[in-house]
Design a protein around this ligand. Sequence first.
Ligand SMILES: Nc1ncnc2c1ncn2[C@@H]1O[C@H](COP(=O)(O)OP(=O)(O)OP(=O)(O)O)[C@@H](O)[C@H]1O
Ligand SMILES: Cc1ncsc1CCO
Ligand SMILES: [Mg+2]
Length: 304
Amino acid sequence: MSDDSHMHCCNDADHDHNDHADPGADLTALRERIAQAVRDVKAQTPLAQSFTNFVTINLVANAQLAAGGTAAMSFLPDDVIDTASISGADYINVGTLLPFYKDALPQIARAFRKTGHKWVLDPVAAGIGKTRTEILRAFRAAPPTIVRGNASEIIALATMWGLVSPDEASRPAGVESVDEVDAAVDAAKTLAAFLAKFAPNGQAAVAVSGKVDLVTDGEAVYRLPGGSAMMAKITGAGCSLGGVTATYLAVAEPLVAALAASLLYNRAGEIAEAKAEGPGSFQVHLLDALWNLTPEQVAESPIV
Ligand SMILES: Nc1ncnc2c1ncn2[C@@H]1O[C@H](COP(=O)(O)OP(=O)(O)OP(=O)(O)O)[C@@H](O)[C@H]1O
Ligand SMILES: Cc1ncsc1CCO
Ligand SMILES: [Mg+2]
């Protein structure tokens, strides 16, 4: 789905002020940092390590490679902790859990906190199951740099961390969202501000995916229209977006990494939709588009 009406709002050409207090100038600077992050990944092929679910692990690795990074998957705490020394950032996804994860994941998160290692959390199905809730609660004391999830997951995580009051209207939704992205604005901002307090350089971000994505560093809120409804008809569009967010986090600050990955996915989804005949070919075209999109195309995408 492409929505060119949003282009008018924030196309930098619409702003002719160069005053630094001007949001147009700030957005121009932000777009340059996004382009630079995409360029840096293509030039540096950074490693982002993943501890992720069994359903979509292959798509996560292939998407990281297509974006220009490299991938390594592991489930062994000492392996993950040692590899973090050569990994620019890590990606942790709680989609499919095994009993030993209850100890392994908090142990890994504590090790990352100790060394200041950056990581992205995808709180898949947050709110469902005693073990998942125990693991996600444990991350509160050793939080990620970025949380990326759908609206229901972001609301559930912020609620279980006691950052927002329980919302009667929102319920855990399995791996798919039942909430609109805008229902998660307060949860996302509060969560990002909380993460920033723990981050070594005071910077963090939350990315909420959906029809229009929402990215925040706890202060500014950016809405990113576009993408394709077909992205919800393959498994792992969200998971691989999380993995690619970690790839960008390896070279860029959290807000820029979250924006770059979400913008890349929106454009890639649109290109894939135009070429695909169904979900199978959609996934193939999505990977090709992740590979072929230029830093400029990503950075020029609509930001509302
Ligand atoms: N209806 C839609 N229209 C446009 N883009 C969409 C739509 N739904 C999802 N997307 C895009 O798909 C990608 C994945 O987001 P989604 O919210 O489906 O993640 P998710 O629920 O965590 O997915 P999963 O857990 O299956 O990997 C994002 O880039 C998002 O912008
Ligand atoms: C389908 C599915 N089940 C557990 S994880 C996962 C991938 C999407 O989150
Ligand atoms: Mg998901």
